[in-house]
Design a protein around this ligand. Structure first.
Ligand SMILES: [Zn+2]
Length: 329
């Protein structure tokens, strides 16, 4: 399985990390009418009506916000207010900048963070979508831009203060780091590794599990976060044993995909049942089953099983085992 073909792993833009340290980079980009702006609002991205492309704006389109905030963008080192910005990279046609209109999740239409609600001019009339919904619909360039934009926005929102001393931090490096003014320490975006495992037995039946907090009938693969001091393979074995009671071996890496909800990197594995009895833990996992391909096709057709969304690596791993792209939808 190729990571670079997974919906949210695609990336067609040069991240151009070396430009991030130019102190006036964002000001120059905001002054350039050719700059394209990716907007994130409460965790959602602005997309075209069909969800197949990002709704990219130019700096001039954001004039209502500029008028209300004494100028978009807020620059690194300045108070962010309700807005945040970062440099996402460039390709042969444009440079791409992130603008975070609002950091918390919720309905984008109730934006009212600025006097006179100028954000409404930008928010209203746009289509806002979750990356989970449109990640598989977007093209390569936009999928990569959106995944990075959502991840960066979430990191800034969750890390406003210094983990050493508790003082507020300010964004630097064109939005790719935060610096504590009190002790000078630098802090970089976090990514939390999580393993997800396609477990099969000697009859090539696939292990599917239903998590307690999922909608009814949703089944997916066993997954969980890697603990400090643990290898990826050990995490995969532990999660399957803890959640479903099965011992596995032959843990083999397949592919990875960012899952920025808010900061996961999903690392996909296959593994083989070596012992134990199928026994959901009853807490995280309330139901589990081992299915043949025919079983799964029948359960999906009958509506007994809802598969993970197409943007997920879970879906890709299940379909790789199944041997077809669409065992129902
Ligand atoms: Zn500090």
């Amino acid at each position: 399985m190729r990571s670079d073909l997974l919906p949210l792993s695609r990336y067609a833009v040069d991240r151009d990390g070396e430009s991030r340290s130019h102190p006036d980079l964002l000001e120059r980009l905001w002054a350039d009418p050719a700059t394209r702006v990716v907007i994130v609002h409460r965790g959602l991205v602005a997309v075209t009506d069909d969800g197949a492309a990002l709704d990219l704006l130019g700096p001039a389109d954001l004039a209502p916000l500029a008028a209300a905030t004494d100028g978009v963008p807020p620059v690194p080192g300045a108070p962010l207010g309700p807005l945040g910005t970062a440099y996402l990279g460039r390709d042969t046609s444009a440079a791409y900048v992130l603008l975070v209109l609002s950091e918390s999740e919720g309905d984008p239409r109730d934006f009212a963070g600025l006097p006179g609600d100028p954000g409404d001019a930008v928010v209203a009339g746009r289509t806002w979508a979750s990356l989970r919904e449109v990640g598989a619909l977007l093209g390569d360039r936009d999928a990569g831009l959106a995944a990075t934009a959502v991840a960066l926005a979430a990191w800034h929102a969750r890390h406003p203060r210094c983990p050493r001393c508790g003082e507020p931090t300010q964004p630097v490096e064109a939005g790719w780091a935060r610096r504590c003014e009190a002790d000078g320490s630098m802090h970089h975006p976090r990514t939390d590794p999580a393993v997800i495992v396609a477990v099969t037995d000697d009859d090539d039946r696939l292990l599917l599990a239903h998590a307690a907090h999922w909608p009814a009938r949703r089944f997916s693969l066993v997954a969980g976060y890697v603990e400090p001091g643990e290898s990826l393979e050990a995490a995969a074995r532990r999660e399957v044993a803890e959640e479903c009671g099965l011992d596995v071996d032959r843990v083999v890496y397949q592919a990875s995909q960012p899952w920025p909800f808010p900061a996961s990197l999903m690392l996909g594995f296959r593994a083989r049942v070596a012992g134990g009895d199928l026994r959901p833990d009853g807490v995280e996992i309330t139901e589990a089953m081992q299915v043949s391909r025919a079983d799964l096709a029948a359960k999906v057709t009958s509506g007994q099983v809802l598969l993970p969304m197409r943007a997920s690596i879970a879906r890709a791993l299940i379909e790789e085992w199944f041997g077809e792209r669409r065992p129902g939808d």
